[in-house]
Design a protein around this ligand. Sequence first.
Ligand SMILES: NC(=O)c1ccc[n+]([C@@H]2O[C@H](COP(=O)([O-])OP(=O)(O)OC[C@H]3O[C@@H](n4cnc5c(N)ncnc54)[C@H](O)[C@@H]3O)[C@@H](O)[C@H]2O)c1
Length: 349
Amino acid sequence: MEQVRFAVVGLRFGRSIVSQLQGNSFVRVVAVSDLDPAKAGEVASEYKCRTATLEELLADPEIDAIGLFTPPAGRSELIRKCIENGKAVMTTKPLERDPAAALEILRFARSRGVPVHLNAPSPLPCGELHRIDLWREQYALGRPVAVRWETYVHYREQPDGRWLDDPEMCPVAPVFRLGIYGISELIHLMGRPETVNVFSSRLFTGRPTPDNAELAIRFADGSLGSIFASFCVNDGHSYPSALTVHFQNGTVKKRQYGPAFAVPRAQFDRVELELDCVCDGKCIHETCTTSAEERSGAYQWRNFAEAVRCGSPLAGEISPEDVASGIAVIDAMRRAEKSGRPEPVEIPL
Ligand SMILES: NC(=O)c1ccc[n+]([C@@H]2O[C@H](COP(=O)([O-])OP(=O)(O)OC[C@H]3O[C@@H](n4cnc5c(N)ncnc54)[C@H](O)[C@@H]3O)[C@@H](O)[C@H]2O)c1
């Protein structure tokens, strides 16, 4: 497959994307852009590519796709410019802050045949969700009952005036910044979210936003979900993730280690899954591992390149409505943080 000629816009987190893409078989970074020209120049000289403004990139026929790694507020307007100029977009979680704007822009992208992908939710289910879907069908696990998801890291942050200090821009901060991957997974597993509530606290952070949080979600089918995300835990692992999902006839557990000094490399390169269920009156126990390259939250570069080349959605690609549901959960979470009460998830039509 021909490599996608890619320009990365927004070079704080985006810089790590430029680094990650060195040697990638599907996508080649040919240009970078940032409102701060010094930052752009530094990244361009380190990775041997050119700098340009967003407007120059949009007008450049040598660019197939834009990576938007700018802050989330109002991102759909930048995405619109890319679509109008025929440039595919890879961006990052969360797509937008406004669920209606997210839905509208994704529908617009589909109508123009321009791919807009992001890492969470990913266009196709990540490796572990794919395996859970297969088990669900193979062993008739039945309706989902409850799910718990967690992740954590050890940060001691100080305020710096960025969006991370603002509860409007970064609601329930640990969930918005880390637990957001769990929101996508829970919607995939449980379906339509209906009501959310949150608890949060500030244990060690110097920022005004919390560093320890729990999000609870009730789904339309009566199943229940919770997400724990924290910047307060130092057990030697960074960003490990764990999931326990109970179905009517079985339980699946996922464990993914984060980079940690105490764990051999091979162990955090994979995701471990375990199933216990009852099927046709027999107790079944299965385990398997999936590659961390396909893990939740990974950027699916091969799928992106395929979509850019074929100009139509991938078979089984997540719908604009499901992406917007996740953003509607975040919006309800923002309201719940302010009101201190459960809030309805208002999914746009
Ligand atoms: N693991 C992940 O996938 C991951 C990790 C960290 C952050 N993120 C996401 O990355 C996004 C950006 O986060 P951040 O912490 O880097 O934000 P930031 O505000 O610190 O940096 C954004 C950068 O984009 C530049 N920028 C803004 N608008 C621009 C424009 N129109 N043209 C060119 N450059 C522009 C700014 O100058 C700045 O350098 C957020 O959505 C965040 O959630 C993802």
